[in-house]
Write a protein that binds this ligand. Structure first.
Ligand code: SF4
Length: 330
């Protein structure tokens, strides 16, 4: 008797073929630098960056990616961040302009810890075609902020963020803004939860208060992570997940923004176009494992992820979610 899990209708091979039928991703994440200026306890980067090469994306590679995307009017979202702190890139504003110039229909987004969000950079970003900004602030008092991020400048960062919120209301009310806090039990007290809503009430800010953090596909200890690597999977619960292209500063394309270990090598933009990688054999193999057409190989990224749907369970992922709605998700 086969030990394969029962087949769940409507998923599997059809889903893989649907994803591979798209000639180009509608959502891109581009890591223009691998740098970060915080040491958040719920991020794998502080430990990994000691053992991994780090660097900035060369401008010719960045321009090639953005120009190729510009040939595809279906591109809806270009996120100029990926496992990094994008405001550590001194060219980031120039890159926002360039991305928009070649992709008029796409929303250009950044996600930052606001450490470098000085009044001067606020002016530049608000004068740019940036469509949305996410901010990971994480705590609402200096002690908790230091524990969460390893930084001792909470009041300076908060002051800069308040300045950004005020200036945005005056100059760019169309610019979407999300402020994220994480792990309510450790870093935000119940009273602060209430206080936060009052504090940002007039800023027209979307507050996102997460009750915990993810294991980042096995890169961190996290309570909800699979205790053993999954051998059979049936999809991904993340909004962006496998529908989004993730480009490291080197040009390596990885499967997901969870891949801090850089293990899912789908291709190299120094040797191939993104379109070739997107429909390439390596992506096909990864999708076949993710959607349960075959067993996951040892070390497969998604096998350690709490957002993977175990084989035999029905995948509730919404394949038709608009790309514009995914920028603030994972
Ligand atoms: S299962 Fe996890 S690692 Fe795999 S694509 Fe989804 S979010 Fe990423």
């Amino acid at each position: 008797m086969s030990d394969a899990p029962p087949k769940v209708p409507g998923r599997g091979s059809g889903r893989v073929e649907d994803l591979l039928s798209e000639s180009f991703p509608r959502m891109l994440m581009v890591q223009t630098t691998s740098a970060c200026n915080a040491h958040c306890v719920f991020c794998p980067l502080p430990a990994l960056r000691k053992e991994q090469p780090q660097g900035r994306m060369e401008q010719p590679l960045f321009e090639r990616i953005i120009r190729e995307a510009g040939e595809h009017p279906e591109v809806a979202c270009i996120n100029l961040f990926l496992m990094n702190e994008p405001l550590c890139d001194k060219r980031i504003v120039q890159r926002v302009f360039l991305a928009k110039e070649h992709n008029r229909k796409a929303q250009i987004s950044l996600w930052t810890n606001a450490v470098n969000l000085t009044p001067s950079l606020t002016d530049q970003l608000l004068a740019s075609p940036l469509g949305s900004l996410g901010v990971s602030l994480h705590a609402h008092n200096p002690e908790a902020y230091a524990r969460a991020t390893g930084r001792n400048d909470f009041h300076r960062v908060l002051g800069n963020l308040v300045h950004f919120v005020e200036q945005r209301l005056a100059k760019r009310p169309d610019l979407a803004l999300v402020i994220r806090y994480v792990d309510a039990s450790s870093y935000i007290s119940p009273e602060e939860r209430v206080e936060l809503r009052r504090f940002w009430a007039e800023g027209e800010v979307d507050l996102d208060i997460d009750d915990g953090f993810l294991g980042r596909a096995g890169n961190l200890e996290a309570p909800a992570a699979p205790p053993e690597p999954l051998r059979r999977l049936n999809g991904c619960k993340a909004l962006g997940g496998p529908k989004q292209a993730h480009v490291l500063y080197t040009g390596q394309v990885v499967l997901c923004c969870m891949d801090y270990g850089r293990v899912s090598d789908l291709g190299d933009l120094n040797k191939q176009t993104l379109s070739q990688i997107w429909r390439g054999e390596r992506r096909r193999a990864a999708l076949e494992m993710l959607f349960g057409q075959r067993d996951a190989e040892e070390g497969f990224l998604c096998s350690r992820c709490e957002l993977a749907v175990p084989g035999g369970e029905e995948c509730q992922c919404d394949p038709d979610i608009p790309p514009e709605d995914t920028w603030a998700g994972v």
